[in-house]
Each structure stands twice: as C-alpha cells, then as structure tokens.
Design a protein around this ligand. Structure first.
Ligand code: APR
Length: 227
C-alpha cells in the first residue's frame, strides 16, 4: 500500500470557520503573537494566554470538519495515510483521520507548566487561571508556543521520509521547523501543494493546485483514488 503524508496548516480548517494566522483578518492581525503564543508571553502574563486559548477552545466546540478533512480521511481506504498537522484543532480527528501528529499541540489538552508533563484531556472546557496540574504546578494549554521546542518533529520527519506522496495543504510554510519537513521527502516522492494563494517557495518539484482545501482535495481525490 502506498504511503501518503499530509502536511496541513490553518487553511485546511478555514472552511470550517476557524481563522488562519496570516491571511487578512487572520489571528495575528488581531493579536500580538508574542503576547498570546510565545513562552515569553506565558511568563509575562499567563492569565492573558489562558483566556486567549479558552476563547479559541469555546469557538472550536461549534466547528465541524469540512470536506477537505473528510477526503483526507477517505484516502485511508486505499493508502497508508499520516496527517502531520500544525493545527491545534481536532477537525482531522472529527473528519475521520486515524493517524495524526500534532506538531504544535492540541487545544483540547492541557498540561503542567513544569516540563509540559501530566497531559490531560479537557475537551472544550476553560482552564481557570491558577488551576493546578497533578504535580501542583500551573495548568497550561498543551500547545507548542514560539520559543519552545517541537517534540514531535523527529517523528514527523520519519514519516515524511517514507512518503510516496506528500500533500501540503493550507499552510503558508512560514514557520520552521514545520515548513522544513518537505525537504525530508524522497527524490521520487510526488509533492502536491493545495492553496488558493502563493506559498513560500519550495526548492522541490511540486504540483501546485491553486484551490481552496475542499476543491483541491476533491480534484486530488479524483486523481489518487481508483473508483
Ligand atoms: N483552503 C486552503 N488554504 C487556505 C484557505 C482555504 N480555504 N484559506 C487560506 N488558506 C491558506 C492561506 O493562503 C495560507 O497559505 O492557508 C495558509 C494559512 O497560512 P498561515 O495563516 O500562515 O497558517 P499556518 O501556515 O498554518 O501557520 C503555521 O504559524 O502562527 C503559527 O503555530 C501557528 O501553526 C501555526 C503556524
């Protein structure tokens, strides 16, 4: 069975109503990333960050996977599929994908601020500022913030190395190390990029599908899935 790795970003969830980061009216237009998504921001004002992620978690509860998430899951019928996502939402799971690596963490989980241990599922509930983890330290969102390492990067790179097909969808490829994963692909891997806009240049031969995620995945499904 051939192996597909999907490298997704915020754009795959845009049609589910979740803002991207760098589009106009994106999240970083309305918030200063250093204040709400960096480890420095956490030590400067943890309550602001707790509230920022509480708001995003409340919003996520009402979001549904779109056809792009569902078609990515459908590929599992004919391929071994691994989803490597930069997204912290759970829409790939809700869409039916069964093998997902969350490079930047998960919005529905929380952990101890002491080493990001004692990870717990909190679903869509708020974290109360001052709430403690099992080890007595502050409970924080289980998210990889700017300035923190990306523990699952090696695991993700191992998957990309083995991919016959790499589908890059809904990411501007602005953020490393995630954006560098494409360069782990085999020389003969087929690389597809799905995005309605230009993304950062990739120094590899790629097939660019200039579509939004749902239309792009419909087009790719017709090509990849035997009837
Ligand atoms: N379908 C597909 N792609 C879309 C759609 C859509 N409907 N709408 C927007 N896009 C594309 C944009 O053109 C852009 O290329 O999605 C991409 C979103 O890029 P970013 O907003 O930069 O999001 P992302 O690449 O996921 O950011 C990576 O940066 O801030 C950090 O941790 C955060 O994981 C995030 C990382």
């Amino acid at each position: 069975m051939k192996k597909i790795v999907v490298l997704s970003g915020a754009g795959v969830s845009a049609e589910s109503g979740i803002s991207t980061f760098r589009d106009s009216d994106g999240l970083w237009e309305n918030f200063n990333v250093e204040d709400v998504a960096s480890i420095e921001g956490w030590y400067r004002n943890p309550e602001l960050m707790i509230n920022f992620y509480n708001e995003r978690r409340r919003q996520l509860e009402h979001c549904q996977p779109n056809d792009a998430h569902k078609i990515i899951a459908e590929l599992e019928r004919q391929y071994e599929v691994v989803v490597v996502t930069q997204n912290i939402d759970n829409l790939h799971e809700k869409g039916g994908s069964t093998n997902i690596i969350h490079l930047h963490g998960e919005l529905t989980k929380a952990c101890s601020e002491r080493g990001k241990t004692n990870v717990v599922d909190i679903g869509y509930r708020d974290i109360e500022f001052g709430e403690k983890a099992a080890d007595g330290a502050l409970l924080r969102p289980f998210i990889v913030w700017f300035g923190e390492d990306v523990p699952l990067l090696t695991a993700a790179a191992e998957q990309v190395r083995k991919a016959d097909i790499l589908i890059i969808i809904g990411t501007s490829l602005n953020v490393y190390p995630a954006a560098g994963l494409v360069y782990y692909a085999k020389d003969d891997a087929e690389i597809y990029v799905i995005d309605p806009k230009e993304v950062q240049p990739i120094q590899r031969k790629v097939t660019f599908i200039r579509q939004k995620a749902t239309d792009g995945m419909r087009q790719l499904r017709a090509q990849l899935m035997k009837a």
